[in-house]
Design a protein around this ligand. Structure first.
Ligand SMILES: Cc1cc2nc3c(=O)[nH]c(=O)nc-3n(C[C@H](O)[C@H](O)[C@H](O)COP(=O)(O)O)c2cc1C
Length: 336
């Protein structure tokens, strides 16, 4: 076999070797690197069953946007990627659709995603509380039906609501509202935070509810307290900016969940987790999925947003890198 590029490559290697010293960079302490035990992956299956559906890889697009012109394009790119790569998706808040259908097309993604992949509508706990108080839960059922969604993701976001200039106030503890709601609907429900995660008591309570999954929405990436403070007055910023550093990382939450399931045993009803919030890449995803003692996948929000708002090709290239990276991890990395 001839090696036509050998001369150039050898030249590159000599020139770049000096730039490639890593003596002051810490190695990644999370993995054993085992270079001898596998061929390069070509057709490794990354399939996983999650929320009753078969995914081609353990990846999920976090709930994001809808209701502005750009959001329509972003959502359609994201949905197309779900279809091509066999991954799941949560819609951004569908609150707007409870009042009118102007932006329905931004959210009408089931025809793009296809019928076999997980696709969930999304509402805030404030809307759930209000719909129960107003006897309007049927409107939510109609919404889920109309979107041909599998079920509903409820985001629980007290810090965001408090800091949002036009934010709502909860009249009841979210846990109470979720319990009431679960008695009124028969579609699957997922509960998430929006970038500050949840502590051990909240997770323990959720794990004992008949919900299909918890989506972490952990601290460490997009932070909605910060988003709302950036939309607020200077006075509010000065008074409350410390609140944006409160929360729990994905690693914290994995420890909380693992401890809770040991303690709760048979009482655990929620058996699946979407690890999300500040997940930088496939290496994080691979690590966290191995550390968690429940069936899990990983999700990203802003990372997808970055590519989806440009072109489908950019988004596709990004997801291919996640898929190929995960396959490589499976071949050569053992989680410590
Ligand atoms: C532009 C944008 C809009 C979002 N809107 C919602 C939303 O409507 N409902 C929701 O549950 N989460 C929403 N999120 C939060 C994400 O689902 C996710 O929990 C959060 O971005 C953390 O993930 P990341 O660090 O990978 O971005 C939004 C995130 C972004 C970036």
């Amino acid at each position: 076999m001839s090696d036509t590029n050998a001369e150039n490559r050898k030249k590159d290697h000599i020139e770049l070797a000096f730039q490639s010293q890593v003596e002051n960079v810490q190695n990644d302490p999370r993995f054993y690197y085992e270079p001898l035990l596998s061929e390069h992956p070509t057709s490794i299956s990354l399939q996983k069953t999650f929320v009753g559906r078969k995914l081609q890889m353990p990846l999920w697009i976090s709930s994001m946007t809808g209701g502005t012109q750009l959001a329509g394009k972003i959502n359609h790119n994201l949905a197309k990627a779900c279809n091509e790569f066999g991954i799941g998706m949560g819609l951004g808040s569908c609150r707007r659709l409870l009042y009118d259908d102007t932006f329905f097309n931004d959210f009408n993604l089931r025809p793009v995603i296809g019928k076999d992949l997980p696709f969930y509508a999304n509402l805030g706990i404030a809307q759930i509380e209000k719909s129960i108080a107003d006897n309007q839960v049927d409107e939510i059922k109609k919404l889920v039906d109309k979107l041909q969604a599998d079920g509903l993701i409820i985001h629980v976001n007290p810090m965001q609501e408090f800091l949002q200039p036009e934010g709502d106030r909860f009249k009841n503890p979210p846990l109470h509202t979720i319990q009431q709601f679960l008695n009124l609907v028969d579609f699957p429900v997922i509960v998430k935070e929006v970038g500050q995660g949840m502590g051990p008591e909240s997770l323990k309570a959720l794990l004992q509810l008949p919900i299909v999954a918890i989506d972490f929405g952990a601290y460490g990436g997009t932070n909605f307290s910060k988003v709302e403070l950036l939309r607020s007055s200077d006075e509010k910023n000065i008074a409350f900016d410390n609140l944006m550093y409160v929360g729990h990382t994905a690693q914290d939450m994995i420890n909380f969940v693992n401890d809770a399931i040991n303690e709760l045993g048979e009482k655990v009803l929620c058996k699946e987790i979407i690890v999300s919030g500040g997940i930088k890449n496939f290496l994080d995803g691979y690590y966290y999925m191995h550390k968690l003692n429940l069936n899990s996948i990983y999700a990203q929000g802003s990372a997808f947003l970055k590519y989806a708002q440009n072109s489908y090709e950019e988004l596709k290239t990004y997801i291919e890198s996640q898929r190929d990276g995960l396959a490589l991890c499976g071949a050569y990395l053992k989680v410590k």
